[in-house]
Structure formats: C-alpha cells, structure tokens
Design a protein around this ligand. Structure first.
Ligand SMILES: *Cc1c(COP(=O)(O)O)cnc(C)c1O
Ligand SMILES: [Zn+2]
Length: 398
C-alpha cells in the first residue's frame, strides 16, 4: 500500500547562495553554500497564486504562511504554537518621550520565551524532513533552549554549547528538555569552535545561525505578521536587536517576497531598518560606521543582552545590505542604558522585556533625540525575548 503523504502547500523551488546566486536543491540536507561558504536563501514561486485572503481562518501560528515556508510534508511539522505574537501600542512611554505612534511586537510571548522559537521550529521540522540523527548548536542562551525544546518534541538528540556565564535559567531549561549541555569560557564564536570539534564527523546537524537555510525562514514570518497585523500598512521604522542578524535579514526578505506576491503596493516605502547592538559587542555598528572593513577580526565583550554577544556574524554582509537598501542605520547601547530600558518598559508598560528588547527602546529614544526619527513616524520596536531568564544579569536593579 502506498504511504499517505500529507503534502503541504509550500511553493519552494530551490535554495540560492546569498553571495553568488548559485542554485541548490531544497529537498536534500544543505548547510552553507558549497560555492562560497555563505548562507543559502530559500526561493519560492511567488507568482501570485498565494493570495492574502487565503490567510482568513488559518491557525494562529507562524505556520499560517505555509506557501512561503519550506516544509514539504505537513507530518514533519514540529510546532509548539510559535508566532502571531501581539502588537501593542506603548501609549505611556510614547507620551512621556514624544512618540506619536510607538508600537512593540512582543516576541517574549513565544514558546520558550523568545523569537528563537520561530527559527528552531522551522529548522527542526526540516531536520526531521531530511532525516538527520540529531542537532547541535552554539548559543548565547535562547537559541539553545528553543532547539532543546523542539528536539524533545521531535524525539531528536540535542547538544547545546553555551558560555559558562550564561544565566542559570537558560542552562536549567536545556537540562529539563533532556539536552546534552557543554559549558565553556568565552563567547558564541568560541562555542562555535567547540561545536566543530564535537561534531567533526558531522553526524549531527549544526543549526548555528545562517549555517543552515531554515531558521531564517522561521524568523522571516515576523515580517509577514507585522504587515498582516497592521493591515498591510508598514511602519516607517523597525528597530531590531541584532546578534547574528536573522530577524533583520528575515523581515526584509519577507517584505521583498510580499512585494513580489503583490501583497504590498508597488510604490510602497518600505521601513527603514535599524540594527541595535550592545556597546560591549558592536561589530555591525563599527563596520557600518566605517571603523573597520568587516567584523572578521572583531573581539567583543560579554553583555547583559546575551543574544547580542556575537562578535563575528556570518550574516554581516546581508545585514549591511538591509541597512543600506532600507536607508536604515546601526546604533549601540550601553549596559547601564539597557537596565534603564528594562525598568521603563516594566514600570510604564507592564512589559518585563529581555535586555535586548530594552536596548531597542533606548535606541528609539536616542534616534528621536538626534532627529533621525520624527515624532509623527510609526516606530515599531521588536522585543525579542522575555526578561524572566535574565534575572542573574539584572536582579535587584529595578
Ligand atoms: C538571539 C537573540 C537576539 C539576536 O538575534 P539574531 O537573530 O542572532 O540577530 C536578540 N534578542 C534575543 C532575546 C535573542 O535571544
Ligand atoms: Zn556562492
């Protein structure tokens, strides 16, 4: 008897090297592009057959955009209910600082407490689809927790490598999900080196940021949601806390795809995209400002915003492209300012955000003061995680 294959509606056609455009098959295991050792980008048949009216009545998760997601067989979907997080107006802070139209998308409400759930739900689903034996990841915290959770759901072994200084809550949650956890002294790039050492035979799939093509596809759903939730009127500016950069690159990819699908007016002015980094680790800011050619030799320090401690992001060229194409900018925020941001968002808006999200709010304040932002502009802040796992970093500083 023929096995029943629950096919999905995916319109994926191939993967393309982000540097030279060389095309690769999407239905076999892929990592980075063999031609340039750079990220692979999923490409779809965006010919207008996917209409936004098809979204009506679909499930309230990121999987509502299945035509522009890479999963081929619905039965491989590994979901914990990620996506479709709320957008809310920040009336109190807006009024206090003179923003007339300030909104926040709260990604802290995702499963496992961060937007990493989107990327890992997608990557682990695809890992299952191509038949891997297990997954391994270098992480600053949230990505490891998300990978461990989705691997638990998928019955796949999980190996997580994180800095020893990561707050306890991240480590503890990984243990609860049954992951094997390795701790080491250093930042995520040191963890990446340890992953290469542990996984020399490549028995496990390394789901490092942009070293496989599908976490980006999960993250890009934030762009689709922002458009859908704002009834296809995009914000003027989007501020994003950039570590490896998948959110920044993914949201911009979503805007390009929606333009191709005819979901956005042809003459639409796309949002100016802002990369917010920690003063302690600001490789993209320094390159953007012309202080270095690229971040390949950059050394960073740890930061309260663990997710921003990424000194040498593989996706830097793609991030810079987004900043340039969108007319955006890059800015860094001090440790002190992040604590002030957590305090303000908690007290004035009832949102206990991750320091990464607080950095984004503080960046908006700076950019308004500098005149880079206008008071009347619609400004969207991405809070990428919940503050609850960061207590070791900020405890008592309310
Ligand atoms: C990982 C992380 C980031 C950075 O995300 P990238 O995709 O690496 O740019 C920002 N905020 C939080 C809370 C994170 O966990
Ligand atoms: Zn190439």
């Amino acid at each position: 008897m023929q096995a029943q294959i629950a096919t999905s509606l995916s319109t994926i056609t191939h993967l393309a090297c982000s540097t030279c455009g060389q095309e690769y098959a999407h239905d076999v295991l892929q990592r980075v592009s063999p031609c340039c050792n750079m990220p692979l980008l999923a490409r779809y048949a965006l010919n207008g057959s996917f209409s936004k009216t098809a979204l009506k009545g679909r499930e309230g998760t990121m999987w509502r955009y299945q035509e522009v997601l890479p999963l081929l067989d619905e039965s491989n979907k590994v979901s914990l209910g990620e996506g479709l997080t709320p957008l809310m107006e920040l009336q109190n802070l807006g009024a206090a600082y003179g923003f007339e139209n300030l909104i926040l998308k709260d990604e802290g409400q995702n499963p496992t407490g961060s937007f990493k759930a989107r990327g890992l739900s997608m990557a682990i689903s695809k890992a299952l689809e191509v038949g891997v034996e297990g997954c391994i990841i270098p992480t600053a915290g949230n990505a490891g927790v998300a990978m461990a959770a989705y691997c638990a759901k998928a019955n796949l072994p999980a190996v997580v490598v994180m800095p020893r200084h990561t707050p306890k809550a991240f480590k503890e949650e990984c243990y609860w999900y049954g992951a094997q956890v390795h701790l080491l002294d250093g930042l995520i790039n040191d963890c990446a080196a340890e992953v290469r050492r542990l996984n020399q035979g490549e028995a496990l799939l390394d789901v490092s940021t942009l070293k496989e093509p599908y976490r980006l596809e999960g993250k890009k759903t934030m762009g689709y949601e922002i458009a859908e939730q704002l009834e296809w009127q995009l914000p003027d500016v989007i501020l994003y806390p950039a570590g490896g950069g998948t959110g920044l690159i993914g949201i911009w990819k979503a805007f390009q795809e929606m333009t191709a699908l005819g979901w956005l007016p042809k003459d639409i002015k796309l949002p100016r995209m802002v990369a917010v980094q920690a003063h302690n680790c600001r490789p993209v800011v320094d390159t953007f400002l012309g202080l270095q050619k690229n971040s390949q030799q950059y050394n960073g320090l740890p930061t309260l915003a663990n997710g921003l401690a990424v000194p040498r992001p593989l996706g830097e060229p793609l991030m810079l492209e987004v900043l340039e194409q969108s007319g955006g900018t890059a800015i860094s925020i001090t440790e002190e300012e992040m604590v002030e941001g957590v305090r303000e968002l908690s007290r004035k808006e009832g949102l206990f955000v991750a320091p990464e999200g607080a950095a984004v709010w503080m960046a908006a304040r700076h950019l308004l003061k500098k005149g880079w932002l206008q008071a009347h502009e619609r400004v969207l802040l991405l809070n990428t995680g919940s503050g609850q796992k960061y207590l070791d970093n900020i405890e008592g500083r309310y």
